[in-house]
Unconditional design. Structure first.
Length: 271
């Protein structure tokens, strides 16, 4: 009995088998190379940070300084002038204590207060507007408008009506009268008396965020040279982002009267 060799010969592999093995090897080599590249080098999507040099630091500092230099204070959305952003907006009452004024400067027919509380915007006519939305700001505006606001003196001063006088029928009538005076059709009031006024102090009639009223106390020589004490009532409203004069009528900006001995807060250029 003969012994039969049961060992089977391996089946012949398909012709594509060798090519597939070779392709698989190439893919594995490619993946290995890609993995090493990712590990050793940063991805294009996540670029490595450039080293900080003195030049780059200087450039960065210069850019920051330039941005700071061009960025100015931004005024509140409720204010009329950019300069009002720099004003002192401390909420301090002036009913019993007068504010400190840095300087009394020439304005209109007399002198007016100029400080961190208001008067930051100078109009072509010379009138100062732009006041803090506070009691102090309203008082500064009252003292200014009482002696420095006169739309009849020039065409430039006529423009002050819109920025310094509250809107309404009185403003329209004041503008028409000022135009007649500039045209020589009507006689203006005697303004020489205003130049002789000296502010002594004030009385606060009332104050709210929307309106304020003051009686300014002045001394002035009469026709005989004797000193007399007068009062000017100045009413204001907060309108379009600034304190504006609320005129007494269509022909008068403020109301004048004799001083009757009422107590007042001392305040003025000679205090």
């Amino acid at each position: 009995m003969s012994t039969q060799d049961t060992t089977q010969e391996p089946k012949a592999r398909p012709k594509w088998f060798g090519a597939a093995v070779m392709l698989l090897a190439l893919v594995l080599v490619g993946l290995l190379a890609w993995g090493l590249r990712v590990f050793l080098f940063p991805s294009n999507d996540e670029a490595a940070a450039e080293p900080t040099t003195a030049a780059s630091q200087t450039a960065s500092s210069s850019a920051s300084a330039s941005a700071s230099a061009t960025a100015g204070p931004v005024a509140d959305a409720d204010t009329a002038w950019d300069c009002q952003a720099d004003l002192n907006n401390d909420d301090v009452s002036v009913a019993d204590s007068a504010p400190v004024v840095e300087e009394w400067v020439a304005g209109g027919y007399n002198v007016i207060p100029f400080s961190e509380f208001g008067g930051c915007q100078k109009q072509p006519s010379g009138l100062r507007v732009g006041y803090a939305h506070t009691e102090t700001g309203s008082l500064m505006a009252a003292a200014t408008y009482s002696v420095a606001l006169d739309p009849s003196v020039s065409d430039e001063a006529a423009q002050d009506l819109e920025v310094a006088v509250a809107e309404g029928s009185n403003r329209v009538l004041l503008g028409e009268r000022a135009q007649r005076i500039r045209d020589g059709l009507e006689q203006s009031d005697d303004t020489s008396a205003i130049t002789r006024l000296t502010l002594l102090g004030y009385i606060q009639n009332s104050y709210t965020d929307d309106a304020a009223s003051y009686r300014l106390v002045y001394s002035a020589p009469d026709a005989s040279g004797l000193e007399q004490t007068l009062m000017a009532q100045v009413d204001l409203v907060w309108e379009d982002g600034d304190w504006k004069l609320d005129p007494a009528s269509g022909t008068e900006l403020v109301t004048g009267s004799r001083y009757q001995g009422q107590p007042y807060v001392q305040w003025g250029p000679k205090q």
